[in-house]
Design a protein around this ligand. Structure first.
Ligand code: GUN
Length: 278
């Protein structure tokens, strides 16, 4: 029997745990975290994401400051704001919503955020800490996948884990986190030979390729657990993932739906990062 992993429910549980943590911080008179969210330009998808992040802060009871900068904002102006927020003791987390407009260099911006406030976990210091197992902010989506697995009682230790995709934000940190949980990890990408055969080895298959419905049942071992990180809007306006859900689901033990799987976990883990050192 296939079990559908309910990311909406699990993310709600996490947010409620965090809300309780904030209440006890308040009761103890401790400092309440505050997330600064910066959006440059008005990409509609980014506006939705940023709005959801602010709502989540409100829900769990932490502070948020929002900076909506116009598309023409220069890199120097953005850097000046980041520097101010780095030095603002009230602000404990800083997030610049990506993508930024083309005239701004994303890597420069990511590196400018203080690693102590890098709640996205994108700074090279955060990524390096992850790689060598030191304390630091973990990238939200991969951390969310680990939580989905743990809270569904799916053990990772000793399992064949295959990650499809090698982005800095998902694929690479995902592979490292699975390794940290003692999985045996293979990372696949566009140049991987015999992709189907490699994927078919997986007990846990994490798909983050960015191609709608690319993974069908030919890539999946009977009884595997399939985690779909992709999200795409189809012509009929419905959302789908990188996995052909209807074809794959009957062959799995566990699967995440799109929407309602990995997606809601990203914001829950962002909130968790905001409270990491509180
Ligand atoms: N754009 C899409 N996903 C993300 C994310 O997790 N963080 C930021 N900062 N921008 C994004």
């Amino acid at each position: 029997m296939t079990k559908i992993i309910d990311g909406k429910k699990i993310s709600q549980e996490i947010k409620d745990e965090l809300k309780a943590k904030v209440l006890s911080l308040k009761a103890e008179g401790k400092k309440i975290p505050c997330l600064a969210v910066i959006q440059v330009g008005n990409d509609p998808a980014s506006t939705v994401y940023v709005g959801n992040k602010k709502k989540a802060c409100e829900y769990i009871g932490i502070g948020s400051k929002s900076f909506e900068l116009k598309e023409e904002t220069t890199q120097d102006e953005l850097i000046k704001l980041i520097d101010e927020l780095n030095n603002d003791d009230e602000v404990t987390g800083i997030l610049v919503q990506l993508p930024v407009p083309k005239h701004i260099d994303e890597d420069t911006i990511i590196r400018r955020i203080s690693p102590q406030k890098d709640v996205d976990g994108f700074h090279p210091m955060s990524v390096g800490a992850l790689l060598i197992g030191e304390d630091g902010f973990l990238s939200c989506t991969p951390q969310g996948v680990i939580q989905l697995l743990k809270r569904s009682n799916i053990s990772i230790e000793g399992k064949e884990c295959v990650v499809i995709g090698r982005s800095n934000i998902v694929g690479k940190p995902m592979a490292v986190l699975l390794l940290r949980e003692n999985g045996t990890v293979t990372v696949c990408h566009s140049k991987t030979a015999n992709l189907k055969e490699v994927c078919k080895r997986a007990d846990i298959l994490v798909v983050a390729i960015g191609k709608p419905k690319m993974i069908n049942s030919e890539y999946v071992k009977e009884g595997a657990c399939v985690i779909d990180v992709g999200i795409h809007r189809m012509e009929n306006n419905k959302l789908c993932g990188d996995v052909d859900y209807d074809d794959v689901a009957p062959h799995t033990s566990y699967i995440t739906p799109v929407p309602g799987g990995v997606g809601p976990m990203t914001i829950a883990m962002l909130m968790s990062n905001c409270l990491k050192d509180a």
